[in-house]
Design a protein around this ligand. Structure first.
Ligand SMILES: Cc1ncc(COP(=O)(O)O)c(C=O)c1O
Length: 434
């Protein structure tokens, strides 16, 4: 069964084929119950699927539950949705992605819905990360990457520094660091000498740094990747490079200098003999729908292989969670169809932007050393003496932050701090860190 999609992938996107794990190669979507139920959906008697409908073919929810969803069609809540998510939602999300691009041709698979972004990342890991894979992860990074790609995927983890090294001869060494485009390229080059299978995770806007690069910083990165790939091609090597874009905080850029549209559009056409670009995004942060657990996973690939990639992902999901939450999907779909969505989203972003600006100004006036930040929800404050101890000390002062010992820093998530409380927060930090 998997033979056909594998042949397509081998023919039209060889890099994917070389990059797939054993599971990724084996997985497919059987023509099982969900498909057979869909094909029979117009039958007078549809005795296919294991869900319950009344004599009129309507859902038969428990009234105590139906009560909570009075304004929504019960079918959208109480019945299964198709494997990989509602098609209308997947199409609406693809439109949402397109809005961001001025490119003439966007070769993107139809986004498959995942149960939140973590699940989307995990699916990417199942497809592409195994013991033979060098997984280049940002340092500092969202700690769940280690579980997903290291503990679960058993990839060989290699750190790359997101920002350049602080210049310790200056007064506030961290304030002047910048995005480490060249360092990332160097790491990639170096690692490609040890293995043929590379997985580069990029996360902009980033957690925990709270930074999104400028276009000129991105140019260095993209150009560097192109050169590496061109070199592989010249030498006829069998490398494959998966570039994973974790765009959880897409749209949360507060400074006009940083890029605001997905890196996907700048990377999508890179040589498919060698490169796979996988985009994971979703509603969690972007649509302030944290509890909804809706993410999406899509690939830069040609028309011939898009369905094959979707099928691989849906096969993985079929064998783990099977179907996705219906209520969350309809909520997001209705939002995407609403003419008010973007103005409402803008209003909420303003709240965050205000907090960002107050925090930036207050920090600038303070004596604290902190990393440049311009996006997402976070800022890193340099903490040379045992961040873990400091964190506990701060809790006693009524301030909760996250410790990042390796950096060493404290992560301030200003997305949850009222603007009025920010000066006091910085004051507490100053009193305890200096
Ligand atoms: C960088 C990054 N990626 C992915 C996620 C996961 O998002 P979700 O809650 O949708 O699983 C987070 C959540 O904090 C994150 O910070």
């Amino acid at each position: 069964m998997e033979l056909q999609i594998n042949q397509r992938i081998q023919k039209y996107h060889p890099a994917v084929w070389r990059a797939l794990t054993d599971l990724g190669k084996r997985i497919y979507l059987p023509k099982g119950i969900p498909l057979q139920a869909r094909q029979a959906s117009q039958c007078d008697i549809n005795a296919t699927i294991g869900q319950c409908t009344d004599d009129e073919g309507q859902p038969m929810p428990l009234p105590v539950m139906a009560d909570k969803f009075k304004n929504v069609d019960p079918k959208d809540i109480f019945l299964y949705t198709p494997q990989g998510g509602r098609r209308d939602l997947r199409e609406a999300w693809r439109e949402h992605i397109y809005q961001d691009s001025s490119e003439e041709t966007v070769e993107i698979s139809l986004p498959v819905v995942s149960a939140g972004l973590t699940h989307g990342l995990s699916l990417a890991g199942e497809l592409f990360v195994d013991e033979q894979t060098r997984v280049l992860l940002p340092q500092p990074r969202w700690d769940n990457y280690d579980l997903i790609f290291g503990v679960r995927g058993q990839g060989h983890i290699v750190d790359y520094n997101v920002m350049t090294d602080p210049d310790t001869t200056t007064k506030n060494p961290c304030r002047n660091v910048s995005f480490n485009s060249s360092g990332i390229i160097e790491t990639l080059k170096e690692q490609s000498q040890h293995t043929r299978k590379l997985f580069l995770a990029l996360n902009f806007p980033s957690n925990p740094v709270g930074y999104t690069p400028t276009q000129s910083e991105i140019d260095i990165l993209v150009h560097g990747v192109q050169e590496i790939v061109a070199d592989w091609k010249r030498r006829g090597t069998k490398h494959s490079l998966i570039i994973l874009l974790d765009e959880a905080y897409h749209g949360m850029e507060w400074d006009s200098n940083s890029i605001t549209s997905s890196l996907f559009f700048q990377l999508q056409h890179i040589d498919r003999e060698y490169v796979v670009v996988c985009k994971v995004d979703g509603a969690t942060k972007e649509m302030f729908f944290f509890g909804g657990r809706i993410g999406f996973i899509s690939f830069a690939t040609s028309k011939e292989t898009q369905a094959a990639m979707e099928e691989k992902v849906i096969g993985l999901m079929r064998s783990t969670i099977s179907a996705l939450s219906s209520p969350s999907q309809i909520v997001l779909l209705k939002a995407l169809q609403s003419p008010e969505l973007y103005s409402q989203q803008e209003e909420l972003r303003h709240v965050l932007q205000d907090r960002y600006e107050v925090l930036r100004e207050t920090l600038q006036k303070s004596s604290l050393d902190y990393w440049p930040f311009n996006s997402a929800f976070f800022c890193l404050v340099h903490c040379p003496t045992d961040p873990q101890k400091k964190r506990l000390q701060l809790i006693e002062q009524g301030l909760g932050v996250v410790s990042i010992p390796r950096t060493p820093a404290l992560r301030i998530s200003y997305s949850t701090v009222p603007k009025e409380k920010i000066p006091n927060m910085v004051d507490i930090l100053q009193r305890n860190l200096l």
